[in-house]
Write a new protein. Structure first.
Length: 233
C-alpha cells in the first residue's frame, strides 16, 4: 500500500504544467487525470522520484500506473476489482459468479475476434509505433494511446439480441483486457461510461468470467442452462 503525505505533489496536465500540493480529496470522483511525484522513495534508492498516473474510471475506480523517473519502469499496479472490495456498502461475495455476471451483462456471447484498432489520445485511430513501455508488444501505461477497439463476430448468443458484430473498448489502464485477432472467446459484455473522447462503450470486465472458448467447456454448458434453451447460433 502507498501512503500519501506532504511529499506528494501532483498536477492535472490538461490544466497546468506545474506541480503543486496533492489534491485534498483523495480519491475523488472529480479526478480525471493526475500525474504525481512522490519524494523520497526509500525502496527505490538512487532512482529518484516515483511517478504515478491516475485516471478516473467507471464504477469510481482509480487506476494506478507506477514508474520511476528513470528510463526503467519498476512496476504496474494490479487491477482494482470492484466485486472484491468488501469496504463497499453493497459488497456481494458472489459478484463475480457466472450467474451474477450473466445478470449484469447486456450481452453474453461466444465470438471470434476479427479486428483491433488502437486509438490515440484524441480518440482517433492511430497506427502502432513500437517500442512500447517496458518492452510490451502492445501499448501500455504511459504510451500515447487511450485504448483499443476490438471487433468481434458473434457466433453464439446466450443473452441479449446481440448484432452479428460487436465493437468492444479496452482502456489503456491497469484494467485493460487483451484479445488476440483470430481467437475464439466467451464474453460477458456490459455498457460503461469512459472519459472523453471515448464516452459510453461496450466493454468487458477484466475481473470477470470472459475467457478463451477452449478453456470454457463447463462455463459454456452453464451458460446454455442459464439461457434456458434460448441461445442462438
Amino acid at each position: 500500500m502507498l501512503l500519501f503525505d506532504h511529499d506528494l505533489v501532483c498536477r492535472n496536465p490538461s490544466k497546468s504544467s506545474e506541480f503543486g500540493a496533492a489534491p485534498n480529496i483523495w480519491p475523488s470522483d472529480h479526478l480525471q487525470r493526475w500525474e504525481c511525484l512522490l519524494f523520497p522513495v526509500p525502496a527505490l534508492a538512487g532512482t529518484g522520484s516515483l511517478r504515478l498516473v491516475m485516471k478516473s474510471t467507471r464504477r469510481r475506480m482509480i487506476r494506478l500506473m507506477i514508474a520511476t523517473t528513470t528510463s526503467a519502469w519498476s512496476a504496474g499496479a494490479a487491477a482494482y476489482c470492484v466485486g472484491d472490495d468488501a469496504s463497499l456498502p453493497n459488497f456481494d461475495a458472489k459478484y463475480y459468479s457466472i450467474s451474477h455476471e450473466y445478470r449484469r451483462a447486456k450481452y453474453v456471447a461466444r465470438a471470434r475476434v476479427v479486428r483491433e484498432t488502437w486509438l490515440g489520445e484524441d480518440g482517433k485511430p492511430k497506427a502502432l509505433k513500437p517500442p512500447f513501455q517496458n518492452g510490451n508488444p502492445r501499448p501500455w501505461g504511459f504510451d500515447p494511446y487511450v485504448g483499443v477497439y476490438y471487433d468481434v463476430k458473434v457466433t453464439r448468443s446466450f443473452k441479449g439480441a446481440a448484432p452479428g458484430e460487436l465493437r468492444l473498448f479496452s482502456e489503456n489502464s491497469t484494467t485493460r483486457f487483451w484479445l488476440d485477432v483470430g481467437s475464439d472467446v466467451v464474453l460477458f459484455v456490459t455498457e460503461e461510461p469512459f472519459d472523453e473522447p471515448i464516452g459510453t462503450q461496450l466493454t468487458v470486465d477484466t475481473c470477470g468470467n470472459s475467457a478463451l472458448s477452449d478453456k470454457s467447456g463447463p462455463m459454456l454448458s452453464r451458460l446454455a442452462r442459464l439461457a434456458g434453451g434460448h441461445s442462438r447460433k
